[in-house]
Design a protein around this ligand. Sequence first.
Ligand code: NAD
Length: 500
Amino acid sequence: MAKNTKKTDAPVAQAPRGGLFTYAPAPESPAAAGDIATSYGHFIGGEFVDSSGSEALKTVNPATEQVLAEFAQGTGEDVDRAVAAARRAFADWSALPGSERAKYLFRIARIVQERSRELAVLESIDNGKPIRETRDFDVPMVAAWFFYYAGWADKLDYAGYGPNPKPVGVAAQVIPWNFPLMMLAWKIAPALATGNTVVLKPAETTPLTALRFAEICRQAGLPKGVVNIVTGDGRTGAALTAHPDVDKVAFTGSTPVGRSIARQLAGTRTKLSLELGGKAANIVFDDAPIDQAVEGIVNGIFFNQGHVCCAGSRLLVQESVQDEFLEALKRRMSTLRVGDPLDKNTDIGAINSSAQLSRITELTDAGEAEGAERWSPSCDLPGTGYWFRPTLFTGVSQAHRIAREEIFGPVLSVLTFRTPAEAVEKANNTPYGLSAGIWTEKGSRILWTASRLKAGVVWANTFNKFDPASPFGGYKESGYGREGGRHGLEPYLNVEARDV
Ligand code: NAD
């Protein structure tokens, strides 16, 4: 439940404060999510099967705290069965011509498009993110990812990894809760295109769209065992990533867990790619177009409630424009509508879980205790569910926890700089290196700054732009390996490291 916040009774979208327009509620129907079973087992060898254990977990709607379904806590034995099913399927799947594998991927992409409303509503209910985002971003991205990698399946000879590159084998894939279906697509599409079979574990707070995706695999006629889905928490994840018969581990999640998996696999022949946390700087120079930059900053940190690994969570603004910029930013933040994720007008939905809400609360409390100044627009929050107001901290120093640690919530820490060199130094002063943003009207300054930033992705005069053709991944503690584009094929191919 939201802390220190004014409550209203129902999860309603808020009218903009001080704005010219009021918005009538425009709720999407929860019924569009289709049938949600009361309990789920795993998807192994093309069938929905019971767990060998009796422990069940619950997934709740974070906007209402209502239980949506129970699902199995995968045991070591369940993981064994799933890996064995993937191993059995590998010989035939990898022997298919790429053009045949592509047909399945195209078919999955088309079905995702056909069932897009259902998937968007289901994702919104299970995750808490606004329907506007699942409808216009997550689900279209999922389809785009399958279309894109379907296109690669019969062109692997030309990907730059040598002639006739071979798949790795069985891939173990563990994903987080912030973009559940999109993370699944980022993992499964390149793995299948390159001829691997997979066992995927979704996060324990958002298993429903992965289980629905299992139905889509059946609908597409995907051969049994090519995709297997085992649910459960970190214990199931650890059993999967440590399994002796997997050839490749792909993990997206927090840096501490990524580190433990890297330790686990050190010295083995298992391939590993890690997509971990971030603490991105969004740098605004004094010549930036203010209104455009404000939109980019808002998108950078409040998109998906800030549950974004590449979120622009540190705003670095040039001191000479600080006052003007922050005034415009606060004005814009005051128009953000927080509330019912299924309302099409909602900008900021529910925080994914009570545990994540506690973490955001702890870090923002630390920000105040360490002397930063906190500001949020006045904003009524629903009485049930997990909510957090869009929040801005000024007077932040580089030593503050809110400047160093990933908050993974709708919280922006503002720092200032005087010279471009100082901006770069502060931007790089983090153990992470996933993304960064630059706002200036000068192309030369963009190039100068971008070439000095230690970040896997640098956006200029925009933020949070994704495309399946564009590689994404980190430096330093943000991980290694790339997802997306031609580069995203490499983790799933048996190629020796080479300069490509
Ligand atoms: P998390 O690391 O707690 O969990 C991620 C997944 O790992 C879950 O499925 C979880 O069950 C599983 N897991 C937990 N312990 C495990 C273990 N010991 N062995 C194997 N699997 C284990 O992270 P989270 O809180 O779910 O996700 C948020 C984190 O993910 C943030 O740090 C965020 O930055 C990161 N993230 C990164 C990217 C990226 O592309 N770099 C994308 C999305 C999220």
